[in-house]
Design a binder for this molecule. Structure first.
Ligand SMILES: *Cc1c(COP(=O)(O)O)cnc(C)c1O
Length: 356
């Protein structure tokens, strides 16, 4: 990790706020942005003095390498407010560590930790009115890095831009998700970039996912690329299976994203005395458990939705419905994580990070 002395951040405040125009009860996810954004350029072999400026369009040359070779990585995190207007992040050191892991895989320079934290804290202090208190409200934060060098030879960029933009989010109950187990397409492969939050991982999923949607399934659960026999994760969420009273989730590897929500669920399960096995999960095993009635739940885990219950899966032309159950693990973990995030439950593991 690069540690560099923090320079002051240059701040240009927005002259007026857009906040009065926003209907916080009707927010489409990721379409409204706050008044400010954080920008830091990598030039001459180092990250320059960061800036916070009004959220605005930017100009970039059409030859910028990001457009041609996809050198781009991102993070997804959220800021929360408690009833006393204190602002918190959830395990942000893990986001910093992960964006640098993603960056390294894409030959992008690592971003200094002090810039990351100073940037988040200044930005959130400027835009804190955009974070509404109450469980289910949050400010989604999108740090990302793009290759900006105007040059189209196939080589890593000499210049980059690191940015953070912020979008207010409201958790709606979107209904349960129906999924398809992948049999043909793959999201990632051994030695590839599946573990990284690299932009191209998402672009490559849109087409197979659109085919699944035409068949009535909102998402795909990706399987291992070589045999399609083992269940790995969804496009933006890690996946848990509950057979009887035991949870099972796939181990991390270079094909699977190391989700912070996943890690938190595994820890909370341990705290609650729920058995959680981290091991390979086969399609065969889940089909058999669905048939004999021991499959109780499948749910996804990720920052955006926290926990998403899955109501059905399709594999090899067969559709398996998963009945609702009372006191599901999905709702237990969702409530448990939200309560910690919003400062309404004890933070046994030091996950909350207060922005002061
Ligand atoms: C971001 C992401 C997740 C979830 O990670 P969290 O840290 O829990 O938000 C899972 N899978 C993929 C592919 C992702 O991009």
């Amino acid at each position: 990790m690069i540690e560099s002395p923090i320079n002051e951040i240059d701040i240009v405040k927005a002259k007026t706020s857009k906040i009065e125009k926003v209907d916080f009860n009707n927010l489409a996810f990721g379409k409204t942005f706050t008044d400010h954004m954080f920008v830091c350029d990598f030039e001459d072999g180092k990250w320059q003095t960061p800036k916070i400026i009004p959220y605005q369009a930017m100009t970039i040359e059409p030859s910028a390498r990001v457009f041609h070779y996809g050198q781009a990585v991102f993070e997804g995190m959220k800021a929360y407010k408690d009833e006393n207007d204190r602002v918190f992040l959830f395990r942000p050191e893990d986001n910093h560590r992960r964006i640098n892991k993603s960056a390294a895989r894409m030959a992008i320079p690592e971003f200094p930790k002090d810039y990351f934290f100073k940037g988040l804290s200044e930005l959130l202090n400027l835009d804190k009115d955009w974070i509404k208190p109450g469980i289910g409200n949050s400010l989604y934060l999108r740090p990302f890095v793009i290759a900006t060098e105007p040059a189209i030879s196939a080589a890593p960029s000499e210049t980059y831009r690191f940015m953070i933009i912020c979008s207010p989010a409201k958790a709606y109950y979107k209904g349960k998700v129906r999924v398809l187990f992948a049999e043909k397409f793959s999201r990632s492969a051994d030695g590839g970039v599946g573990f990284a939050k690299a932009a191209g991982n998402y672009g490559a999923q849109f087409y197979p996912t659109s085919l699944a949607q035409k068949k009535g399934f909102q998402q795909i659960i990706w399987t291992d690329a070589s045999t399609h026999e083992y269940l790995e994760e969804a496009g933006t969420m890690n996946i848990f299976f509950r057979i009887g009273n035991t949870l099972i989730t796939a181990p991390n590897n270079d094909r699977i994203l190391d989700g912070i929500t996943r890690k938190s669920v595994i820890q909370l399960a341990k705290d609650l005395g729920i058995e959680c096995e981290v091991r390979r999960v086969s399609v065969k095993e889940i089909r058999a458990a669905a048939q004999d009635g021991s499959l109780k739940e499948i749910f996804g885990a990720g920052t955006a939705a926290v926990i998403s219950p899955i109501s059905a899966f399709e594999h090899a032309g067969d559709v398996f419905e998963i009945d609702d159950i009372e006191e599901s693990y999905a709702s237990l973990f969702k409530q448990g994580i939200l309560n910690i995030q919003h400062n309404e439950a004890e933070d046994l593991h030091g996950w909350r990070f207060e922005i002061k």
